[in-house]
Design a protein around this ligand. Structure first.
Ligand code: URA
Length: 203
């Protein structure tokens, strides 16, 4: 089975297991993730908004357009990355995802990462950042890459799955979109991406 087929299976598991049935009820569809399953870089956002809910793809609205501009600023595009969210159904009225909703989707996000095996994980906003590194404060720690070993699923037979990645916490593009100061900070933080990739791939 190739990576895309494995990802398709995880998508189907979310549907079969009826994860967050209340959100599934109010959302148009599941927004699982898109991009290149062989990418070294995975971006993780918060939850789909209105446009994503209608299209079934992450980051296709205004925040996504800004993200595309930032990707272009470091000579990347959507084919070079994989992108997904913590919560995979749109919360009603774009409210913040609830702790229980984030928890319910975490095993599926971890399964996606286990398949893709990224070298760099770019967390967009506090919900995403704190799902991996609960003690970080996005206002203080944004733009500081951190090398971490993420321990996933502790299988009694094979033990914990460990993924070694560099996490780069960034402000959420939607938050930065209309705030000049944050916008420039996010643009500046983004410019670190090429150096991080170079360092990792040089090894
Ligand atoms: N904001 C997110 O966090 N994710 C999306 O997919 C769109 C907007």
């Amino acid at each position: 089975m190739n990576k895309q087929q494995k990802l398709d299976e995880i998508r189907q598991q979310i549907l079969d297991n009826q994860v967050t049935p209340e959100l599934a009820e109010t959302a148009t569809q599941l927004v699982f993730g898109s991009g290149n399953p062989d990418a070294d870089i995975v971006f993780v956002g918060e939850a789909p908004g209105k446009n994503e809910d209608l299209k079934g793809e992450p980051f296709v609205g205004a925040a996504g357009k800004f993200l595309d501009e930032m990707l272009a600023s470091v000579q990347l595009d959507r084919n070079d990355i994989y992108i997904t969210n913590i919560v995979k159904y749109r919360p009603p009225n774009n409210r913040d995802p609830l702790p229980a909703e984030k928890k319910a989707f975490l095993p599926y996000l971890q399964a996606q990462l286990e398949v893709i095996q990224p070298k760099v994980l770019i967390t967009l906003g506090r919900h995403s950042t704190n799902s991996f590194l609960p003690d970080l404060q996005i206002s203080k720690d944004h733009g500081n890459p951190k090398r971490v070993k993420l321990a996933f699923r502790d299988d009694p037979k094979s033990g914990p799955q460990v993924l070694e990645v560099v996490i780069l916490p960034l402000f959420h593009p939607a938050a930065a979109l209309y705030n000049g100061g944050l916008r420039q900070t996010l643009l500046d933080d983004f410019l670190q991406i090429p150096a991080i990739i170079k360092k990792i791939t040089a090894k």
